[in-house]
Design a protein around this ligand. Sequence first.
Ligand code: MN
Length: 291
Amino acid sequence: MQTRKKIESVFHRPAQYSMVGDGFRVYNYFPNAYRIREKVSPFLMLDFGPEFDFGPSDHPRGVDVHPHKGFETVTIAYKGSVEHYDSAGNSGVIHPGDVQWMTAGAGILHKEFHEKEFSKKGGPFEMVQLWVNLPAKDKLTTPKYQSLVSSEIQKVILRDNAGEVNIIAGEFNQIKGSATTFTEMNVLDIKLNKDGELTANIPAIHNTSLLVVEGSIEVNGQKASQHDFILFKNEGESIQIKASEPAVLLMLSGLPINEPIAQYGPFVMNTAQELEEAFVEFQAGKFGVLN
Ligand code: MN
């Protein structure tokens, strides 16, 4: 018998946004605004840049070359387009509906900018960047990159014209998602029509949360508004959502990685010594070359 997953807390959008480079106007839900690290593992960071109208610019805004080591960055584009390049030789454009799943692993350099054509015209821009931790045994995995194009992301159409679920990673209703992951997790991009309903069953042991990207919903009997972030307790399995108005939701769940975290900026390792090594390697140019 499935029981309703209990809600731990509904967090509102943090008061202050910050700029990542000059192109990403984001609210950092965790770890900065809400200190919930052990309740959201394997996810390390959630930056949400709600719709913002960037005016036209001949110089694409963004973040120039920077390193990452020991985890994965996942960029989900809702509106606007992002162009990226990395030191493993990958590059591409993330359009609305697309997802870029980059495994930094042993160390990589990359840069992320508004795509040139988008930049010239300007317009609404809305993105999420998630950081996903790697277990100790996989922290030094070879860097790789999964480009998940909207049309290729596994999609489930819900009954009664309720909406759809794009399975970015993990599974929904026993249907497997598109990205490969190192630990067990679900990343679901959910779109509900007005009055659309959805039931998701997620194991109690999974750390589970839900971001209301757009719209407003009722979830397990509790109301949540646009940009709210719902954190569930590790009790119960069933999540019932009803959209009070058309809604876009990001559901995150996964088995916690119960290992120590040593983080400094873009490096996430297990020990202080490994962090030190990451710095030395980065400074010695071991993460490759990217201009
Ligand atoms: Mn980055």
